[in-house]
Design a protein around this ligand. Structure first.
Ligand SMILES: Cc1ncc(COP(=O)(O)O)c(C=O)c1O
Length: 279
């Protein structure tokens, strides 16, 4: 059992709940953000809150708390979960209760959910993973809305094919991002990643920052037809960090093993998070 925060109250996770009349339940109308802790410090919390606010703005959802209030709610909820070492933190802003079941009335709730951190299997990092493509164009991709319908469907297809992620492609065969990840490729020392039609991942922004000094960076559209020409690929997300990709549909990437540049970045990312929050 962990402690959740719901609009000013701390509750045991099993007892925490919201109205089934909330638009988040009825219509999937809400936004959220997700991060993990390192050294019990929420990673890039300010950046996650600012993305949350932007997500809300994008879907015209009124948030009744300031960024500082949300920040304090997260920190207090972490404090209440003193039995946990590392944690996953999910912040949700719900659409609120609506008298006609469709028009938001500005009474949404702020929720902070804390669970123990879960990390993916070790062999994802040592052997690399397979991803598949999925032709889907996300609605308002810059917003992290709670509607993950296309993600759930695509992930089920991926796991049926022994893949860990599905990567969205559009009608022009451009690659955008995974269902819950951003995607990057290497061509020699050039790090290439899409910049449009994606959720601006916080992990992605840290990776781009760490890469500035060591790689050339290209932010551009990437065609599905280019995949076979790349030397390396990886996906990134808060709960996965950097995961090497060694096959994409039936296309082998590079040597079929995690690439050297990817491994170098994985190490840089680990070094960056190792002492996070300690100084
Ligand atoms: C659609 C989508 N793209 C990218 C990401 C990666 O974002 P972050 O690095 O902030 O976790 C996520 C995370 O859940 C996502 O849902």
């Amino acid at each position: 059992m962990t402690i959740y925060y719901i609009d000013g109250e701390f509750l045991e996770s099993e007892k925490a709940g919201i109205s089934i009349n909330d638009l988040i339940v009825l219509r999937g109308y809400g936004v959220f953000d997700f991060m993990r802790t390192y050294n019990r410090t929420p990673f890039m919390l300010r950046e996650h809150i600012s993305r949350l606010m932007n997500s809300a703005e994008q879907i015209l959802l009124k948030v009744n708390q300031s960024e500082d209030e949300i920040f304090n709610a997260v920190m207090e909820t972490i404090d209440k979960n003193s039995n946990l070492e590392e944690m996953n933190v999910r912040i949700i802003c719900t659409g609120g209760i609506s008298s006609d079941g469709v028009t938001p009335q500005g009474n949404g709730k702020l929720i902070v959910m804390i669970t123990g951190a879960k990390v993916p299997p070790k062999d994802w990092y040592t052997e690399g993973v397979k991803v598949i493509s999925e032709m889907t164009e996300r609605n308002i991709p810059v917003a992290k809305s709670t509607d993950y319908l296309s993600a759930i469907v695509a992930q089920r297809k991926a796991s049926k094919e022994g893949a860990v992620e599905a990567i969205y492609t559009d009608r022009n065969r451009n690659i955008h991002e995974g269902t819950t990840t951003n995607i990057f490729f290497f061509k020699e020392n050039r790090l290439i990643t899409p910049d449009r039609g994606i959720l601006p991942g916080i992990t992605r922004s840290v990776i781009l920052d760490l890469s500035k000094e060591i790689f050339d960076i290209e932010l551009r559209d990437i065609s599905y037809d280019e995949i076979g020409n790349f030397d390396e690929a990886f996906i990134s997300a808060s709960n996965k960090e950097i995961v090497p990709v060694v096959s994409f549909d039936d296309i082998k990437i590079g040597t079929g093993k995690p690439g050297l540049n990817t491994v170098k970045l994985m190490k840089k990312f680990k070094d960056f998070t190792k002492d996070y929050g300690r100084n």
